[in-house]
Design a protein around this ligand. Sequence first.
Ligand code: HEC
Ligand code: HEC
Length: 286
Amino acid sequence: MTKPMGKTLTAIALAAVAFGTVASADESASLVVNGDIEMVTRTAAPAHLSDSLDEVISGWVFRSDETQELQMDDFDNPGMIFVDQALEQWEMVEGTKDKSCASCHGDVEESMAGVRAVYPKWNDSQEKVYTMAMQINDCREMGMGADKWKYTGGKMAAMEALISVQSRGMPVNVAIDGPAEATWEMGKELYYTRTGQLELSCANCHEDNYGNMIRADHLSQGQINGFPTYRLKNAKLNTVHARFKGCVRDTRAETFKPGSDDFVALELYVASRGNGLSVEGPSVRN
Ligand code: HEC
Ligand code: HEC
């Protein structure tokens, strides 16, 4: 690529995000984890997307063969180490009330089955949409008398992965109507708003250009059914809001804070774009 000397900022911006069409991943592969859990990685788009997409597709489909394989067996999936750590954490007594998660919830496999699939969801007592991280921190503060975890931190990501594992293979099914509707509308608005010097919305990349190459990356639909995600790039579990932050920053915009009302709304909206795909977390991405 020639240096963009003397070009206008817009031209530089466009050059920086030029979309190409070289695709190398096997987009027809199917994902079965441990030879047992069959994942739906492509399905008909939910009704609310009928004007813009026919099909919703898991980010797994767009990854290279090698990255795809890492998610097909828990012994190869580096994210599973953190699940084991979170299982110890689940039993760990902490805080002024001498309680662990298990003290109230019992066995994680039983109590948390199906939970990941419906989050974010409306919380009646708090009268707002809650992400799983918000609920976990409420449990820590109010239930245990313990410190909150950092919203995008390692302990939170690991606990989210442990809880996600209990729903693997179940269809994402977040509610977008009733009391959650206003938050969902807010998230939708954010998704389609162009931001930053590059003046790009989430949709410009993840709806208009999925399947294309952007720089060295094969663009997906930006789905979150696989979160938390183990990324080879930073060798740790990554939370939804950390990923949103990175993508907003790539448009050279000021980003919202993890845990902010804006990102909670965006999470609900993006989750709803994946209704019908399987819960995959912890997934593996580059
Ligand atoms: C003192 C008891 C108590 C402790 C300790 C506790 N929780 Fe909870 N937890 C609750 C209650 C009660 C609810 C239901 C809250 C509601 O619906 O408003 C809940 C709900 C949840 C949910 C959402 C379940 C759903 O179906 O929506 C998750 C996830 C969760 N807790 C995780 C944890 C984790 C992780 C820990 C340990 C770090 C923990 N909890 C510790 C009492 C507790
Ligand atoms: C300039 C293009 C661009 C924009 C704009 C953009 N992203 Fe991304 N996003 C990417 C790239 C590149 C990746 C990594 C490849 C992939 O998974 O698509 C990515 C990955 C993601 C992922 C991870 C998907 C997975 O399967 O792990 C999510 C979630 C995501 N983006 C959400 C968003 C949201 C929400 C917005 C709007 C706030 C947004 N992105 C804006 C380029 C963009």
